[in-house]
Design a protein around this ligand. Structure first.
Ligand SMILES: [Zn+2]
Length: 277
């Protein structure tokens, strides 16, 4: 097997979405764009949301990109009630349905990625002690790349996370669209069962957002060259035995960073493939 990856991009749309999807199309790189419903602000980041910028997403659908749900207002699920989370998801679903209709295309699947990968349990993305021998691999995956504190959540958060997964199953959401992801730590843990979209490699491109510089000192990576080395030395990204799910972002002012990291991955022999629904 060659080195295969699937590209997933969070936080669209922005004023750069057209530029980004054109750049990807020109190179034959497919991607899933996880989109936000309305304007959102966090740290120094502003995302416009599909309410303000529907047209770049309609065009992305017409260019063949797949659109996923990244919730209405990009709030952390651990800070919301179960009902609020469902409302965040369902409002965004209506918007995505509407944009597929306006694009004149059938919607292929219902896909969701939680903002900050907060699945209801904060930074405790998966239940680490239940992972057995796979715990170190998954701690490494979610540790530095997200800059989150890994502390065990209260029981009610765990209950909420389970109820959300049950809801996603009933509502027909799937994350099973990435063929060939065969790492033991993925297939033999709750990662394989998730109805929301996780990943196996984070570009951490958002850490180079020029609007974020005042926070930079606390983070694991400080330059574009650090992030290229992260690509070069990732323990799994270059496996020819398993495909990877790659996380990148569509942020204002980040087009150059994100595309140069994707370009670097291609240079190291990675080929980006279409997901399968
Ligand atoms: Zn996000």
């Amino acid at each position: 097997m060659a080195k295969i990856s699937y590209l997933t991009i969070d936080d669209s749309p922005t004023h750069h979405t057209d530029q980004l999807t054109d750049w990807l199309s020109a190179r034959g790189i497919p991607a899933v764009l996880f989109c936000i419903g309305s304007t959102y602000q966090d740290l120094h980041l502003t995302c416009d949301g599909m309410t303000q910028l529907p047209d770049p997403i309609i065009r992305a659908i017409q260019k063949g990109f797949m659109i996923g749900n990244h919730t209405w207002s990009h709030r952390r699920a651990s800070t919301l009630s179960y009902d609020q989370i469902i409302e965040e998801i369902e409002r965004t679903e209506l918007m995505i349905d509407n944009l597929y209709r306006r694009a004149g295309r059938a919607r292929p699947a219902k896909l969701l990625r939680f903002p900050h990968i907060d699945r209801g349990t904060g930074g405790w993305i998966v239940d680490y002690p239940s992972l057995g021998i796979h715990e170190p691999a998954i701690r490494e995956l979610f540790g530095n790349g997200l800059n989150i504190k890994l502390s065990p959540p209260p029981a009610e958060w765990v209950d909420k996370k389970n109820r959300i997964q049950e809801y996603l199953t009933r509502a027909g959401f799937t994350a099973n669209i990435y063929p060939g992801v065969t790492f033991d730590w993925f297939t033999q843990t709750e990662m394989a069962l998730a109805r929301d979209h996780l990943y196996t490699f984070s570009t951490s491109d958002w850490m180079m957002n020029p609007d974020f510089t005042s926070y930079n000192s606390e983070w694991a990576y400080h330059s574009l060259s650090d992030l290229k080395q992260k690509i070069d030395h990732d323990p799994w990204l270059h496996s020819e035995q398993s495909a990877n799910i790659v996380l990148a972002h569509d942020h204002n002012n980040m087009f150059d960073v994100t595309t140069s990291l994707i370009e670097h991955m291609i240079k190291t022999g990675i080929s980006f493939r279409e997901v399968k629904v």
